[in-house]
Ligand binder design. Structure first.
Ligand code: ATP
Ligand code: MG
Length: 222
């Protein structure tokens, strides 16, 4: 599902990622961790072509994406559910509409879009906020709506960057169990986090980024 071949990334002549090789197979659940500034976000952004490597090849779902032209990106991104903290909700649409809208773009019929949207909203404890507009939500609620939006489409690959950052412990563990369910149904899941409680909560393949290298690649807890 994901393959990096000798991928390097430099910013202003500083090497952030140094000739990384990595393979993640379809159906894996993988944590990506490491100190702040190690390049976790940079790596995730490369996986949906929001960032390009300085050198090397990035392959996702059988396609080389670092050489894709702009016109090819929408099709790639349709396969990927992205959970990032800076993802914006549509301010003029309600919570429910924010989610059904994306499903409708993907050609899902209105009733099915409604059913799926309500299901993820319930899982994330937002069923009572479905008619609210984003500006009336707390930061954590907005984040959960963005998560619901990324998951409702049931993408084959989920990239999540510190998805539990603004959530309290109960919601964080509910989100993780939701990601596990989706993984169990076949999706590949890659979660960047430096939250130790989360890393300890689910035994999973864990990649530790440090000084531009993958310092550890194996089960954690070991
Ligand atoms: N657009 C950019 N221009 C210049 N430097 C950048 C840019 N984006 C990221 N960097 C630098 O690259 C390094 C890695 O950043 P990145 O955001 O990938 O780290 P991270 O592991 O996600 O950290 P955190 O845990 O704090 O989120 C940092 O030193 C950052 O300052
Ligand atoms: Mg980051």
């Amino acid at each position: 599902m994901i393959r990096l071949r000798s991928v390097s990334k430099e910013y202003e002549r500083r090497t952030i990622l140094d000739a990384l090789d990595l393979q993640v197979d379809a159906g894996e659940f993988v944590f990506l961790t490491g100190p702040s500034g190690a390049g976790k976000t940079t790596l995730l952004r490369m996986l949906y072509a929001a960032e390009h490597p300085t050198e090397g090849e990035v392959w996702v779902a059988g396609r080389r994406i670092d050489e894709m032209v702009r016109a090819q990106l929408p099709l790639l991104r349709r396969k990927i559910g992205v959970i990032f903290q800076d993802f914006k909700l549509l301010r003029r649409k309600t919570v429910l509409e924010n989610i059904t809208f994306v499903l409708r773009i993907h050609g899902i019929a209105p009733r099915e879009a409604h059913r799926r949207s309500m299901k993820v909203l319930r899982r994330l404890g937002l069923q009572n906020r479905q008619a609210a507009f984003p500006d009336a939500l707390s930061g954590g609620e907005q984040q959960r709506v963005a998560i619901a939006r990324a998951l409702a489409y049931q993408p084959r690959l989920i990239l999540a960057d510190e998805p539990t950052g603004n959530l309290d412990a109960d919601l964080a563990s509910e989100l993780l169990s939701l990601l596990c369910d989706i993984n169990y149904q076949g999706a590949t899941v890659l979660v960047a986090t430096h939250d130790h409680a989360i890393l300890e909560s689910i035994p999973a393949r864990t990649l530790v980024l440090h000084q531009g290298q993958i310092h550890y690649d194996g089960m954690w807890p070991p």
